[in-house]
Design a protein around this ligand. Structure first.
Ligand SMILES: Nc1ncnc2c1ncn2[C@@H]1O[C@H](COP(=O)(O)OP(=O)(O)OP(=O)(O)O)[C@@H](O)[C@H]1O
Ligand SMILES: [Mg+2]
Length: 222
């Protein structure tokens, strides 16, 4: 499925222009960023520098105080809510910093509901590749942090998104498991012509991305 805007295909998956945002104090200003198909971008930076905030803005969850964000050629903060929901369900996948799985449900139910909403099938090969088969019938609340993280990433890939946003997706994983999980993500991006925006504290992981920025002094520095 190639996503189209109008009748012409859009090469840039994400295009952000002059984003500024502050809470109690200014976090960042005039940040612009483009992500093309098959492209991965990593952002590192000290705790509190605004990485998660930037990710929420880019992924349609937080309207920036200034600037615009286009996803697949559409200005997401001027769209009808129903269109935004459709984009969230079908085109983007997000691994939040805290996992945001449905706690009372099993891992399998969490994965299935994501696939269902995105109108895709649950991909059992994918689940095997994350070594989470034996966790499928456990309730999310009974899983360890790292297990939840693997379920979150598997859940996102199951949706077959065209753009993935991942906020510290490997923060609770040992380095070997982290590498295995991210290998799947990079392979997915490449195979499906998707884009990746990754926030991480892991420099080794960040340097595997096509571009690496540091969020520092309110700006993205390469
Ligand atoms: N909804 C909010 N209301 C008020 N302040 C907020 C809100 N969300 C974030 N902040 C503040 O904005 C700053 C940046 O937060 P953010 O979560 O973006 O940082 P971060 O770079 O992701 O940090 P970490 O590496 O610890 O995850 C912090 O000082 C935080 O307290
Ligand atoms: Mg954060």
């Amino acid at each position: 499925m190639d996503f189209e805007s109008g009748s012409k295909e859009v090469a840039s998956i994400l295009s952000a222009r002059e984003l500024s945002h502050s809470f109690d104090y200014p976090l960042f200003s005039d940040i612009s960023l483009d992500i093309a198909k098959k492209e991965s971008v990593a952002v590192v930076g000290v705790s509190g520098s605004g990485k998660s905030t930037l990710l929420h803005i880019l992924s349609s969850f937080l309207k920036p105080q200034k600037g615009r964000v286009e996803l697949f050629g559409e200005d997401i903060y001027s769209l009808d809510y129903s269109r935004v929901l459709k984009i969230r369900r079908e085109l983007i996948g997000i691994v939040f910093q805290s996992h945001y799985l449905f706690k009372g449900f099993t891992a399998k139910e969490n994965i299935e509901v994501a696939a269902l909403l995105a109108k895709t099938e649950t991909d059992m090969d994918l689940i095997r590749s994350f070594s989470i088969e034996r966790l499928l019938n456990k309730k999310i609340g009974d899983l360890s942090g790292g297990e939840q993280q693997r379920v979150s990433v598997a859940r996102v890939l199951t949706k077959k998104p065209r753009m993935i946003f991942a906020d510290e997706p490997t923060g609770n994983l040992d380095s070997k498991t982290a590498e295995e999980v991210m290998e799947q993500v990079f392979e997915y991006i490449d195979r499906n012509g998707a884009g990746l925006f990754l926030v991480t504290h892991d420099m080794r992981l960040a340097s595997r991305c096509d571009r690496l920025y540091r969020l520092e002094g309110g700006a993205l520095v390469q």
